[in-house]
Design a protein around this ligand. Structure first.
Ligand SMILES: [Fe+2]
Length: 209
C-alpha cells in the first residue's frame, strides 16, 4: 500500500503519508505512520459551510454504522445539510471498516476561534478529521517536537521551529494517531487548532472510534 505515488516534496514530513486516493488512510496501520491524509478537495459547496457557521452548528453524537442514513439524519437534520450527511456517511463507513467498529463518535463544530490553540496529544487511539471550510488543523512531526513542549502551562511559542508546523487543507481527510494507539503510548500526533483571523470561519468534523 505504501509508495504507490511519491509524496510531493512540499508535503514530505516524517510520519506522514498522503495521496489522492482514499486507500491511503489504511496506511495508518503501519507503525511509522503518525498521520495519513487523503488529499482531496472539499465535496461541499461553500454555501453549506457558511450556513453551518452562521447557525453555529454543533453536533456531538454516536452514529450506528449499521443504519448510517437514519443515524446521520437524526444527528444532522435539514435538507440543506444533505451533502454534508452524505460525505460524513462515507467517512464514517470507511472509519468503521478500517477499525472494525460498529459505531463512530461524530462531532461537527462550526467555530470562529481556535478550539484547542495549544499543541497537545489526544488520549484516544485514532481520530479522523476533516475541515470543510477555513484553515485546517496543524501538527508537528515527532522529530520536530522539542522536549517540554507539552508540559502544562509552559509557553509554547518560540519553543518549536515555525517551519516544521504542518497544516491540513480544507477538504483533506486525515487520520491522526492518538496517545492510546495500540500499546504504543507516546506515538500520538502533537497537534493544535490553527490560528484563525477575526471573522474567519471554520467547519470542523471529527470521527472517533
Ligand atoms: Fe486534539
Amino acid at each position: 500500500m505504501m509508495g504507490a505515488k511519491t509524496l510531493p516534496k512540499a508535503y514530505a514530513a516524517p510520519g506522514l503519508v498522503m495521496r489522492d486516493d482514499a486507500g491511503v488512510l489504511a496506511d495508518v496501520m503501519l507503525d511509522p505512520v503518525q498521520v495519513a491524509v487523503w488529499d482531496r478537495h472539499s465535496p461541499l459547496d461553500q454555501q453549506v459551510v457558511q450556513l453551518a457557521c452562521r447557525e453555529k452548528l454543533a453536533v456531538k453524537s454516536w452514529l450506528d454504522v449499521a443504519d448510517l442514513p437514519a443515524s446521520m439524519k437524526r444527528s444532522l437534520p435539514g435538507e440543506v445539510f444533505a451533502p454534508l450527511r452524505e460525505d460524513l456517511a462515507l467517512l464514517a463507513d470507511m472509519m468503521a471498516c478500517l477499525f472494525g467498529a460498529t459505531g463512530v463518535g461524530l462531532r461537527v463544530t462550526a467555530l470562529e476561534k481556535p478550539m484547542c490553540p495549544r499543541f497537545h496529544v489526544d488520549r484516544i487511539p485514532v481520530r479522523l478529521l476533516c475541515t470543510y471550510g477555513g484553515p485546517g488543523s496543524q501538527w508537528l512531526p515527532a522529530p520536530a517536537v522539542p522536549a517540554g513542549l507539552l508540559v502544562p502551562g509552559v509557553e509554547q511559542e518560540g519553543r518549536y521551529a515555525a517551519e516544521s508546523v504542518q497544516q491540513l487543507e480544507a477538504g483533506q481527510v486525515a487520520l491522526f494517531k492518538g496517545d492510546t494507539w495500540r500499546d504504543n503510548p507516546g506515538s500520538g500526533v502533537v497537534h493544535r487548532s490553527p490560528p484563525v483571523s477575526p471573522g474567519q470561519q471554520r467547519l470542523l468534523v471529527t470521527l472517533d472510534i
